[in-house]
Design a protein around this ligand. Structure first.
Ligand SMILES: [Zn+2]
Length: 305
């Protein structure tokens, strides 16, 4: 018995995968063109020439319009998934980058923390240079009795690679401020900085940044002797992601979730789902039609005002 060949133009009942919907009217076509710009059905309806925003919801409730939208979304998903994936990943990288890869603010020992008897402490190079300078200065004094020996003060050995001098009273004060378990580094506290240390700012080598930090880094601005490290706006990236994901989550899950209210984990999951769905381009026809309609109980009143 010869195998029956399916006629692609034959009309199938709705719900079948190969259902070919009746053609759209020009106005409906314009509506879909507009809708795909920002997925705002109210605005799309107005811009397509319909009298009110409420027509957006009404149009989406028409099966052939809805199916045409899904088909367009699928085609667009196929077309843009690489780009969207790329952009989303860049946003995600930027948003999750650690700014400390670019610059850091340390609290290092003050010069009196670890000097002998809490006198000024040189680092070893400074001590050598100061000793030399003193020696030459003294040699210029002709009257030898007026020459003085070099005062090493707190001595050499200063380094920023040590914590400040912090004793039990510092730890007790930290505990009072809600930081219990602060680690002491001495049996007493530095009388000059009270154990807090002094700020030390580090700009890291941008040649070795991770991909995320490299996105975060925007350049360096030099004004006279001042350098300013410029970075991209992580809050904006966060907002962009939330907006982008929010749009998809709203449309797919019908306003059940707001990406801005999600935890990091939920957001990560949403990103994964989002990227996977774009990759699979798995927008299907038929059953999914309902997803684009307003949920029961939620009248499209926001479109009417
Ligand atoms: Zn100190």
């Amino acid at each position: 018995m010869p195998r029956r060949i399916r006629d692609p133009h034959k009309y199938d009942p709705p719900g079948r995968v190969n259902h070919v919907p009746p053609p759209l009217t020009p106005a409906e076509r314009r509506f879909l063109d507009e809708l795909l710009v920002d997925m705002d059905e109210g605005r799309a309806a107005i811009d397509a020439g319909f009298p009110t925003r409420a027509y957006g919801r009404k149009l989406l409730a028409i099966p052939r319009v809805n199916m045409a939208l899904l088909a367009r979304l699928r085609r667009r998903a196929e077309r843009v998934h690489v780009e969207a994936d790329y952009i989303l990943r860049r946003w995600f990288l930027l948003e999750s980058a650690d700014p400390r890869e670019i610059s850091e603010h340390w609290m290092v020992p003050c010069r009196y923390c670890w000097g002998d008897e809490h006198q000024f402490q040189f680092n070893d190079v400074e001590l050598r240079d100061a000793t030399q300078a003193h020696k030459f200065a003294q040699l210029k004094i002709e009257d030898e009795t007026k020459r003085t020996p070099f005062d090493e003060q707190g001595g050499g050995g200063y380094t920023i690679l040590k914590p400040p001098c912090r004793g039990p009273d510092w730890a007790a004060f930290e505990a009072e401020r809600g930081h219990p378990g602060a680690v002491t580094t001495a049996d007493h506290t530095c009388p000059a900085c009270y154990g807090e240390g002094v700020p030390h700012i580090i700009f890291h080598d941008t040649r070795t940044l991770s991909p995320g930090a490299a996105l975060l880094y925007k350049g360096v601005k030099q004004t006279g002797k001042t350098y300013e490290i410029l970075t991209r706006d992580q809050d904006a990236a966060r907002e962009q992601m939330a907006k982008h994901l929010g749009m998809f989550v709203e449309r797919k899950l019908i306003l059940v979730a707001d990406a801005r209210q999600m935890t990091d984990l939920e957001l990560n999951n949403a990103i994964t789902i989002e990227i996977d769905s774009l990759r699979d381009a798995s927008v299907t026809t038929g059953g999914d039609t309902l997803e684009l309609e307003a949920p029961a109980g939620e009248a499209p009143s926001r479109d009417s005002d």
